[in-house]
Design a protein around this ligand. Structure first.
Ligand code: DC
Length: 235
């Protein structure tokens, strides 16, 4: 069966990665979480003193980019690939609030985006991929056969994220999570390079009032339809 490329973009905490992961599994496709890559670069930048709340040494970080090696390694028991930064599994470290607060800043740096987009394009050469992020349908795979743009109200997204962080044992305040969601929206949408925006040919998918099962069934339905259309084109 002919494989397609699926691009899932949208605001932070819209549940993109949950749906993208399930979709990849159902189709036996590769799943790539590009947010994890920006988070891993941010973790590197934090650890090496290039960014904190007060300052950012963009020149220093850009000079160090060749030293940053990113790899996804599939974890059989988890059922998805984990993020490795210079051979270290950083899957947990990249999900903290501290990284979340600084990642949008790092993601505005042109050289960082260039490096990551190159890696992402290479991962998609053979299709059969579900990639989620902010610029997948617009920049990384403008020719993706299926593009989905996920949205939900900031309050719904903050509530979901708040619950997730609580479950992970983080000591966190709902208002801080909401502020972080709104702040990241603002930076993601207003940055000069590859801002978050819906590709013209993407399906707008507002999941504010949808459960996970309904979202998954709908998205799988779109994918099956596009895959069936590809088959017709080949015949
Ligand atoms: O999907 P996420 O919340 O883990 O992404 C973390 C940050 O990375 C987000 O604030 C914006 C940035 N990002 C990006 O600029 N481009 C992408 N393709 C993916 C993420």
């Amino acid at each position: 069966m002919k494989k397609i490329t699926i691009a899932i973009d949208g605001y932070s905490s819209t549940g993109k990665s949950t749906i993208a992961k399930q979709l990849a599994k159902a189709l036996s496709y590769v799943y790539v979480d590009t947010g994890a890559m920006y988070r891993a670069v941010t973790l590197y930048a934090m650890r090496n003193g290039f960014v904190n709340e007060a300052k950012s040494d963009i020149v220093g970080l850009v000079k160090s980019l060749p030293q940053i090696n990113l790899k996804f390694i599939y974890n059989d028991s988890l059922g998805f690939a984990e993020m490795f930064l210079n051979e270290e599994n950083v899957e947990r470290e990249i999900r903290t609030m501290e990284v979340s607060r600084l990642v949008s800043k790092v993601a505005t740096i042109e050289e960082v985006r260039k490096k990551l987009v190159l890696i992402q394009k290479a991962m998609g050469l053979e299709k059969g991929i579900v990639m989620d992020g902010r610029d997948i349908g617009t920049v990384v795979f403008p020719n993706a056969e299926l593009k989905i743009f996920m949205t939900a109200s900031p309050e719904k997204r903050a509530t979901r994220r708040y619950k997730e962080l609580l479950e992970k044992g983080e000591d966190i305040d709902y208002e801080d999570v909401l502020k972080n969601v709104e702040h990241r929206d603002y930076i993601d949408v207003h940055r000069a390079i590859s801002p978050l925006k819906k590709a013209e040919d993407a399906i707008n998918f507002d999941n504010s009032d949808m459960g996970l099962e309904e979202q998954f069934n709908r998205v799988l339905g779109y994918a099956k339809r596009v895959i069936a259309e590809q088959k017709k084109d080949v015949q």
